[in-house]
Design a binder for this molecule. Sequence first.
Ligand SMILES: NC(=O)c1ccc[n+]([C@@H]2O[C@H](COP(=O)([O-])OP(=O)(O)OC[C@H]3O[C@@H](n4cnc5c(N)ncnc54)[C@H](O)[C@@H]3O)[C@@H](O)[C@H]2O)c1
Length: 252
Amino acid sequence: MARLEGKVALLTGAASGMGAAGARRFAEEGARVAVTDIRLDAAQAVVDEIRAAGGEANAYQHDVTSKQAWDTTVAAVAADFGKLNILVNNAGLPGHPETWDEAKIDDFEKLISLNVYAQFYGIQAVLPQFDAAGGGTIVNMSSIAGIIVWPDLHPAYGASKGANRILSKNAAVDLAKRNIRVNSVHPGIIHTPQSDYLVSNPDVMARLLPAIPMGRVGRPEEVANLVLFLAGDESSYITGQEFNIDGGYTTI
Ligand SMILES: NC(=O)c1ccc[n+]([C@@H]2O[C@H](COP(=O)([O-])OP(=O)(O)OC[C@H]3O[C@@H](n4cnc5c(N)ncnc54)[C@H](O)[C@@H]3O)[C@@H](O)[C@H]2O)c1
């Protein structure tokens, strides 16, 4: 039996990078997948790929910073697929290089809104569907910047990703009795459009690669496999945990 047979999963920011890799992987494992993103055309392209490979998916235009958009999207997914079992709060803004002297409060608000408020809205929005289904799983995408300091980025990036980490644990403890499990995933450098400005810069890579014990950056598909494990029943006794996926970067 496929690993997500019978499940319905909603992934945010799933038109690109790790979200798209997760959507494809979930569909391969039998889930019916709601591919949501602020960019509908790009989400539809991922859905077309999934369907061409024999999977089931629908695309939804969904700005995760809007509480109203959450309510509308979850209602549409439940109407289309009949239920919802899995939420992957993946959409997030990258940190950009910034000094403490120049950092703008507007950028702080944007990062907190997308990286923290959106995950809070998402958890709240799926609760009625999860209760109706007898439980569910949530995977919140954080970063190693929520565990250790990533220097010289806008300070709100680490603050927002650190907030994801404790938000996940808080939800895990409070929702455990409702058979809802919540875990956070903390990628190191994974080659996606969001990190391309780092990965395609040879000077940056010459500095960063020696700090990664495995000596390379990660692939979105590698993160998708971890998210798949946490979203499915194989991780049935795991909740409130944080998982670094970084080639060993945070170990030394
Ligand atoms: N790539 C990395 O190295 C890395 C490392 C650590 C953490 N992360 C985190 O992983 C997650 C996915 O990143 P990625 O690298 O795959 O990025 P990506 O840029 O490839 O994809 C992000 C997607 O989010 C969508 N998005 C942006 N704003 C949105 C909004 N308001 N509502 C809905 N969707 C929106 C974008 O359209 C895009 O499709 C993010 O939370 C990111 O912060 C990335």
